[in-house]
Ligand binder design. Structure first.
Ligand SMILES: [Zn+2]
Length: 493
């Protein structure tokens, strides 16, 4: 087994006889020589003081004000954009969109116009939960990256501002949606308010979408737009039901953690991708899963032990979906934040008392201090990613011959911000990265005395201050499986 103490193993001398014979059969004159292992801590960077300072400004009072305001629109069902009575009373989803836009504009005013506030307006065609063509507005604010070389990389936070009660078509009766999903909208807005006071090399987008309850309609439209326009969206943080529901008498809720859901097999995987993932054992290393691990390690760095995420290696909860999936389907890595324990009496329910149970998604069940902690995890992740270099490009693992060493190659991180790379790895049955070693910035390959059969590798780019990119798990540079049983038999497997 792999030992974490293999720090000084020099191993040109360890090359096995079989490896030598393979090399003789297929000479590879430029094959890199294995180097000594000198491990560093896998989560050992120094916290960035700017990020620490930003997190202190996340305010539970501001989050409370946002949630309470959104509830005053009475019913934010997406279909209320066709309800003239609601519109004339300044209620419903249309008024809510307008208010969110004004909030973003007020944050922008406070930072001398640093945010571009935009709407993505379209008419949602008839669908299962959309009986007539329905105007729908996504509202978003862009904090353009300060470095032209890195500004095209985008990190996005979102929550949905539409709500529903027991009837998905009801646009008039109260649908407060305080937790689902004024809480997630408040996270996106609070990240915008606080992070817009700073500059980051890469671009942040703060999004609030509608149509989630009708079928992820707003997020689908936005994700398709991003794909069609070639946006380089590297990460999507979707916050949906992050209110830390507090039901009197519930002893099983946890206020010290938020669940982070991530898909394993990407929703966008084509059949050839599935074949590659199967052959690599890559089921636990989607872009979304790497993002979830990044959220975890960032929270370890910036948040106290009293509030840490719980990663759920699953796309979403049973019987439920969310907007991150709309982004996943367009090929973007994205995760979902949701409180630890949901109370289904307080979601998608008419406000009422029945058999002594209080139903409805009411503000009084939301814990604003909890939402603020979720916002801190989001803001720390966004700020870390937008401060970091771009990931290394075209990362490959050499699979052209049988060897117990591993050779990784990559192309330089675009944008010029990387001052070193880190090769990271973990055993195949381990959930989180276990090992890391530095590689100087002018290197683009390394050979390690570790069998690629036994571990999962990744490469990440790191800047001078220790900001780390998302890791890239290498693709094979040769074939990775024997083509069939006959070949397996003849090769003595
Ligand atoms: Zn929701």
């Amino acid at each position: 087994m792999l030992s974490s103490k293999q720090r000084t193993v020099l191993f040109a001398s360890l090359m096995s006889c079989s490896m030598v014979s393979v090399a003789q059969q297929a000479p590879q004159p430029s094959m890199p020589q294995p180097v000594a292992l000198a491990e560093v801590g896998v989560d050992s960077t120094e916290p960035d003081t700017q990020i620490v300072e930003a997190l202190k400004q996340i305010s539970s009072e501001r989050i409370q004000a946002t949630i309470e305001k959104l509830v005053t629109f009475k019913n934010r069902n997406t279909l209320s954009s066709n309800d003239q009575q609601m519109i004339s009373q300044g209620l419903g989803v249309t008024a809510a969109a307008k208010w969110i836009q004004q909030e973003f504009e007020s944050y922008s005013k406070a930072c001398a116009g640093c945010l571009q506030v935009k709407t993505d307006f379209f008419v949602q065609p008839v669908a299962t939960r959309v009986p007539t063509p329905t105007p729908l507005t996504n509202v978003y604010a862009i904090l353009q990256g300060s470095d032209p070389q890195n500004a095209k990389r985008i990190y996005l936070v979102t929550g949905h501002y539409d709500s529903r009660n027991s009837d998905t078509l009801n646009t008039k009766d109260p649908a407060p949606g305080a937790n689902d999903d004024a809480s997630g909208t408040a996270v996106s807005l609070e990240c915008a308010r606080v992070l817009s006071r700073y500059k980051f090399p890469a671009t942040l987008i703060f999004l609030s979408v509608a149509g989630e309850e009708q079928g992820l309609d707003g997020a689908k439209h936005f994700a398709q737009m991003a794909r069609q326009q070639g946006w380089d969206v590297e990460a999507v943080l979707n916050n949906d039901i992050v209110g830390g529901n507090t039901t009197p008498g519930d002893t099983q809720q946890r206020k010290d953690t938020v669940r982070v859901f991530s898909e394993g097999l990407p929703a966008s995987a084509k059949p050839e991708d599935v074949t590659r993932i199967r052959n690599l054992g890559g089921e636990n290393d989607s872009a979304s899963r790497e993002l979830a691990r990044y959220v975890r390690s960032t929270a370890k760095e910036y948040l106290p032990n009293e509030f840490q995420p719980t990663l759920i290696f699953r796309r979403d909860r049973f019987l439920r979906g969310g907007d991150h999936t709309a982004f996943n389907e367009e090929g973007f890595g994205g995760v979902r934040f949701t409180e630890f324990r949901e109370d289904f009496h307080h979601q998608h329910q008419d406000v009422r008392m029945e058999n002594g149970i209080e139903y409805g998604d009411l503000t009084k069940f939301v814990d604003f201090a909890y939402v603020a902690n979720v916002a801190r995890v989001n803001a720390a992740t966004l700020a870390s990613l937008a401060s970091a270099p771009a990931p290394a490009a075209n990362v490959r693992i050499d699979t052209r011959g049988l060897t117990n060493d591993t050779t990784l190659t990559w192309e330089a991180s675009p944008g010029g911000a990387a001052t070193r790379y880190q090769v990271i790895w973990r055993e195949t049955d381990q959930p989180y990265w276990q090992h890391a070693m530095n590689v100087t910035a002018n290197s683009t390959s390394i050979t390690l005395p570790i069998s690629k059969d036994n571990v999962i590798f990744g490469v990440r780019a790191v800047d001078a201050k220790g900001h780390s990119s998302l890791p890239v798990v290498p693709r094979p540079s040769g074939r990775i499986e024997v083509p069939g049983r006959a070949a397996a038999a003849s090769s003595g497997m």
